[in-house]
Write a protein that binds this ligand. Structure first.
Ligand code: FAD
Length: 372
């Protein structure tokens, strides 16, 4: 008999939920993690008592009461509501696009008049068959909103001109005709009190975790000690990139401690002008209504991805999706390996979705295992 029922590669939310649930079912799990800490991309580093979201700001939001109760069973969440601002050439606007934004942009305060203004702008451009992201966005919200809020930000995000980007990137551009700055529409929102590490610690409580261990360095020995592997790393890497790389967009974070209590008065400001090289500044203490003496801010710079840099956003264009299909066909044939999470599925998942996906995977496996 093998020492472990499951070797779980990766201690992000997928791996941690999977390990927790299987341990509850009496299975023996070992979690390995190549970074020097648990938690994957939700990990927070404590700096002078401030939880710094090291891999990008994370706001938990869901409409699923079951998932909300699940995470709250490990750590209590606060009532933080994400209401970021946009800074365009020094002027501040509320986000997401709502009556506050439109008033700041046009000094029009009446919803009907704003609707009329947007409609006129869309009609003026008369784009009937959008060919690229720029056309697509203008045909949905008109030129003013596009030029102030979308063009520069998107071009920085993708490192390409909006006219060269495919239109499928923008499927929806929600505009609200109410004075409502709540970024997400979900019923349940918040940040774990004390940070995301508490959630991960709760999930992995009592489970053997080895950090600083890369599956690929000790692959042969590791598969000897386990019955099954749960792999949450990169799918193409699992197959030694033999059909080529799956591509990503990456980010660089510049974190800075400042000796002042409040830098920008809000958790997030997006910089929508192309001439500012970063896309946003995050001030972490505001996620938890922090009262510390100092503050930590992070400037976020989108980057080209290359092998070795952090893989953040999958690029779902045709070439990558075809390549993914080839790898997925191989993955389907594996009998002792389960693939899950954002990297193994090459899919953008929000936290509530990745938790739901891990719970559903566990359920399926348990059902299959108990079938006569
Ligand atoms: P990960 O967290 O990436 O975990 C995978 C783990 O596997 C990593 O720790 C990695 O080091 C490890 N690993 C990989 N390969 C190996 C190997 N060979 N050996 C050992 N270990 C390995 N979601 C929200 O709901 N709200 C938000 O506000 C939000 N903001 C985001 C902001 C940014 C910038 C990004 C990129 C994502 C954001 N998300 C947000 C999404 C959220 O980060 C993901 O849903 C979640 O982290 C996915 O968890 P995971 O376990 O699939 O992946």
């Amino acid at each position: 008999m093998k020492k472990y029922d499951f070797l779980i590669v990766g201690s992000g939310l997928f791996g941690s939920v999977f390990a927790h649930e299987m341990t509850k079912m009496g299975k023996k799990c070992l979690v390995i993690e190549k970074r020097d800490h648990k938690g994957g991309n939700v990990y927070c580093e404590s700096v002078e008592g401030i939880n710094v979201h090291k891999y990008g700001p994370h706001i938990f939001h869901t409409n699923d009461k079951g998932i909300w109760d699940y995470v709250n069973s490990f750590v209590e969440f606060n009532n933080f509501i994400y209401s970021p601002l946009a800074n365009y050439q020094g002027q501040l606007f509320n986000l997401p696009f709502n009556m506050n934004t439109f008033y700041q942009l046009w000094k029009i305060g009446n919803p009907k008049e704003v609707e009329k203004k947007i409609k006129e702008q869309i009609e003026k451009e008369n784009i009937t068959a959008p060919q690229n992201l720029e056309d697509q966005a203008i045909s949905m919200v008109g030129a003013d909103i596009y030029n102030v809020f979308i063009k520069g930000y998107t071009e920085k995000q993708w490192g390409r001109k909006a006219k060269e980007l495919p239109k499928f990137i923008i499927k929806r551009l929600p505009v609200r005709f109410t004075y409502d700055n709540n970024y997400f529409n979900d019923t349940y929102q918040g940040i774990p009190i004390g940070g995301y590490n508490k959630l991960i610690d709760g999930l992995l409580d009592g489970i053997e975790v080895r950090t600083g261990v890369d599956f690929f360095k000790d692959r042969n020995e590791l598969i000897q000690i386990t019955d099954r592997v749960v792999f949450t790393g990169k799918l193409d890497e699992f197959y030694d990139y033999k059909f080529g790389h799956l591509q990503y967009r990456s980010l660089r974070f510049e974190h800075k401690y400042l000796n002042l209590p409040n830098y920008q008065g809000v958790a997030g400001i997006n910089f929508t002008d192309l001439n500012v090289p970063y896309t946003r500044i995050i001030e972490h203490k505001h996620f938890e209504f922090g009262k510390q003496k100092g503050t930590v801010i992070t400037k976020e710079y989108p980057q080209e991805w290359s092998l070795g840099s952090e893989a953040f956003y999958p690029i779902n264009d045709r070439m990558n999706m075809e390549r993914l299909g080839v790898y997925q066909r191989l993955a389907k044939k594996e009998e002792k390996v389960i693939f899950g999470g954002r990297l193994a599925e090459y899919k953008y998942y929000d936290m509530h979705q990745v938790i739901a996906s891990a719970l559903s995977k566990v359920k399926k496996i348990i059902q299959a295992d108990t079938m006569p």
